[in-house]
Design a protein. Structure first.
Length: 299
């Protein structure tokens, strides 16, 4: 295993496991479930084995096991018990923890093995909704609390993107059979977070429509050529960090201004930044969505 980060604070464990640091200390003191090392200033630090053990303990605890009972289980038997419960219940919590460990360790093999296990009973778009979306949401919180680094985030998102692209290619081999709409997917300038847009592209193609995927950082003026080329075009964009709060209204109205020279195409938008739009002021050609599921349901 290619270990990069091997030492974790108790706050890291709290953020990764969802169990409060105070509770972890109680489990440690009362039941001896973890054995931290101490720095020269007497601060607890925990290794990867402790992190993995804690994630397994939390899984059993959330499944209804009392912590006093877990403490009596032989440490070597805990992973097997977790796997047995996970297989019998087809539970997603343990799977998400496996992807977290793959992320923390830059462990591509663990990612691939976990993903391939999922494929035995889920198709790809179900895996994305049930596993990857919750994982990505948790990663956002872990990044905000400095529990993971940008490099770890990029590592795991690159692997997820790889799976989206691989599965999208299967449908791109087929001719589109729905012709009432053509979808153009793009991100605004200085926006690079394209994983959600890639999955929306996958879902549109899977439903039989033609898409043109332009990807990150597309100047708004560059869309004019597509407006001229297609008469039934729908644009989709994902505003994660851009346009900024003070520029988003102007951005949307600039799109409408450009579209007025053509066929007034529709723009569908979602992402964190749409909260700063005054939706009641938007032209009817602009539609705001709150989730990937909602926008896919509209297709």
């Amino acid at each position: 295993m290619n270990n990069i980060k091997t030492s974790f604070s108790i706050r890291d464990l709290e953020h990764l496991s969802g169990i409060k640091a105070h509770t972890i200390r109680i489990w440690e003191k009362r039941y001896g479930l973890l054995q931290p090392e101490r720095t020269d200033t007497n601060i607890r630090t925990y290794g990867l084995a402790s992190l993995q053990k804690l994630l397994n303990i939390v899984y059993l605890y959330n499944d209804g096991y009392k912590i006093s009972k877990i403490a009596k289980i032989d440490e070597a038997e805990i992973p097997a018990l977790v796997n047995e419960i996970q297989l019998s219940k087809n539970s997603d919590g343990h799977i998400i923890n496996e992807f977290k460990l793959a992320m923390m360790n830059y462990d591509q093999a663990l990612f691939m093995n976990t993903y391939n296990t999922l494929l035995s009973n889920k198709d790809f778009h179900t895996i994305f909704y049930d596993i990857f979306i919750p994982l990505l949401n948790e990663m956002g919180l872990l990044w905000q609390t400095d529990t993971i680094t940008p490099a770890q985030e990029h590592f795991i998102t690159a692997l997820i993107k790889q799976k989206i692209i691989t599965n999208t290619e299967k449908f791109q081999q087929l001719e589109p059979f729905k012709t009432d709409k053509v979808f153009v997917l793009f991100l605004p300038e200085n926006e690079i977070h394209d994983i959600g847009l890639l999955f929306i592209n996958h879902e549109i193609i899977r439903r039989g429509y033609q898409t043109i995927f332009l990807g990150p950082a597309v100047p708004l003026e560059n869309l004019a050529g597509l407006m001229e080329h297609f008469k039934n075009v729908y644009f989709i964009s994902y505003f994660t960090l851009q346009p900024s709060m003070d520029k988003i209204e102007k951005y949307v109205h600039d799109f409408v201004r450009i579209g007025n020279n053509y066929n007034n195409p529709n723009l569908w938008i979602l992402g964190r930044q749409v909260q700063f739009l005054h939706k009641e002021r938007l032209p009817k050609t602009i539609s705001v969505f709150t989730s990937i599921e909602q926008i896919v349901a509209e297709i």
